[in-house]
Ligand binder design. Structure first.
Ligand code: PMP
Length: 348
C-alpha cells in the first residue's frame, strides 16, 4: 500500500528497478570491491559506475564523492573535521546536535532569511520539516550543504559549495548508504582509519549492494525529476484543497518550497493525535522529523521561525512520493479534516 504512505521525508520505498540492479550484488556478485581478482574487479567496477551516477546528478567529479552510511555520517564527518561551522537554526538534528556539542554559533534568521557570518556555514538546501528551500547567506565561505531532502527532487547547484551530505533512502534507494561530497579533500580529516577505501578517507569494506542501489536511484531520479516534481505538486494541491474548509488550519510554506513536503498546523489539536488517527485509517504521516518523533521538545525548526507554541503543537508533516495517487491524496485530506473536527469536539 505505497499509495497511502505519506511519510516519504522520513524514508521512501525502494524502487523495484533499483532492487533489480542491487540483486546481483546481494547474490552471485559478492566480491569485496578491494580484492584484486575478477570478483573484486567486478564489484569495484559497479562501485565506480555508481560514483559516476551520483556525481552526474550532483554535477561534480566522481573523485569528489565519498560513500558513507548516510547523511548523518556525512554531516558528522565534515563537522568533526572542521568544528568551526556556524549552523543554520533549521538544520537536521544530525547537524544541529553537533552544533550544540561544539558550542557552535547558530546563524541569526529573519523568518527563513539567514544572516551571514565570518565562520564557515552549514545551511541545508531543503528543510526536512517544512520543505522550505534555503539560500546560503552572502557573503559566505566554507559552505556545507545538507542536500538530503533535495537530491533527485530538484537540481542541486554546488557552485560555491565546499561539501554536501546526502542519503540514498530519500530518493527510492536503500537505507544505510549515502555520500559526502568534498570539493577539496586536502583540508578534510579522514573519518575512519584502516584500509585504503575511499581514497583512505573512510576505511572499511564497501557496501557494494547499497552503493549500487544509490547509483541506480540517482540515475532514475535524474531522468524523471521534472515529471515527478509536477506530479507531487498536484498531489500537494489536492491535500490542501481537501483541507481548505478546516478552520484554524494553516500551511507552513516558504515562498520557495519543495512540493515533496507539506507542513500544516492546526489550532486546538495535537499533531500526534492526528498521526494516530491517520494511522488508524491506514495512512502514514508524521508530526515532524522522524528522528525527533519520540521527543517531547517542540521542534527547533518551527521555534526558530517564531511560531507560537499552540500552532507548533498542532503541526503535521505530509510528504509525497511517486506512488501516492490523486485519490489517496484526496482521501488523506478528508480523513485529516474529519479527524480534526472529531478531536476538537472531544477537546482533543
Ligand atoms: N539530513 C536531513 C535533511 C534529513 O532529512 C535526514 C533524514 N531524516 C538526515 C540528514 C539523516 O539521514 P540518515 O538518517 O539517512 O543518516
Amino acid at each position: 500500500m505505497r499509495e497511502n504512505y505519506f511519510d516519504n521525508a522520513a524514508t521512501t520505498p525502494l524502487d523495484p528497478s533499483v532492487l533489480e540492479e542491487m540483486r546481483p550484488y546481494l547474490t552471485d556478485e559478492f566480491g569485496n570491491a578491494n580484492s584484486l581478482h575478477a570478483w573484486g574487479r567486478r564489484a569495484s567496477a559497479a562501485v565506480e559506475l555508481s560514483r559516476q551516477r551520483v556525481a552526474s546528478l550532483l554535477g561534480c567529479e566522481p573523485e569528489e564523492v565519498f560513500f558513507t552510511s548516510g547523511a548523518t555520517e556525512a554531516n558528522n564527518w565534515i563537522f568533526q573535521s572542521n568544528p568551526t561551522f556556524a549552523v543554520s537554526p533549521f538544520e537536521h538534528r544530525s547537524l544541529f546536535e553537533l552544533g550544540r556539542r561544539f558550542d557552535s554559533k547558530v546563524l541569526e534568521n529573519d523568518f527563513y532569511l539567514l544572516r551571514s557570518s565570518n565562520c564557515p556555514v552549514a545551511v541545508m538546501l531543503v528543510n526536512n520539516e517544512t520543505g522550505a528551500i534555503l539560500d546560503v547567506p552572502k557573503p559566505s565561505t566554507g559552505v556545507h550543504r545538507d542536500v538530503t531532502q533535495a537530491l533527485g527532487k530538484l537540481p542541486v547547484d554546488l557552485a560555491g559549495v565546499d561539501s554536501a551530505s546526502m542519503s540514498a533512502h530519500k530518493l527510492y534507494g536503500p537505507k544505510g548508504v549515502g555520500a559526502l561530497f568534498i570539493r577539496d579533500a586536502r583540508d578534510t580529516e579522514p573519518l575512519l582509519y584502516g584500509g585504503e577505501q575511499e581514497q583512505g578517507m573512510r576505511a572499511g569494506t564497501l557496501n557494494v549492494p547499497g552503493i549500487v542501489g544509490f547509483g541506480a536511484a540517482c540515475e532514475m531520479a535524474g531522468d524523471r525529476m521534472d515529471k515527478d516534481w509536477s506530479y507531487v505538486q498536484s498531489l500537494r494541491e489536492t491535500v490542501l484543497e481537501a483541507l481548505s474548509d478546516v478552520p484554524g488550519c494553516s500551511p507552513n510554506a516558504h515562498t520557495s518550497n519543495s512540493p515533496y513536503i507539506l507542513s500544516v498546523s492546526m489550532l486546538n489539536v495535537e499533531g500526534e493525535s492526528l498521526v494516530v488517527e491517520a494511522d488508524n485509517q491506514g495512512f502514514a504521516i508524521s508530526s515532524g522529523a522522524a528522528c525527533s518523533s519520540r521527543s517531547t521538545e517542540p521542534s527547533h525548526v518551527l521555534t526558530a521561525l517564531g511560531m507560537d507554541a499552540a500552532w507548533i503543537r498542532g503541526t503535521i508533516r505530509i510528504s509525497f512520493s511517486r506512488w501516492n495517487t490523486p485519490d489517496s491524496a484526496y482521501q488523506l485530506g478528508k480523513v485529516l479534516a474529519s479527524s480534526v473536527e472529531r478531536l476538537r469536539s472531544l477537546g482533543n
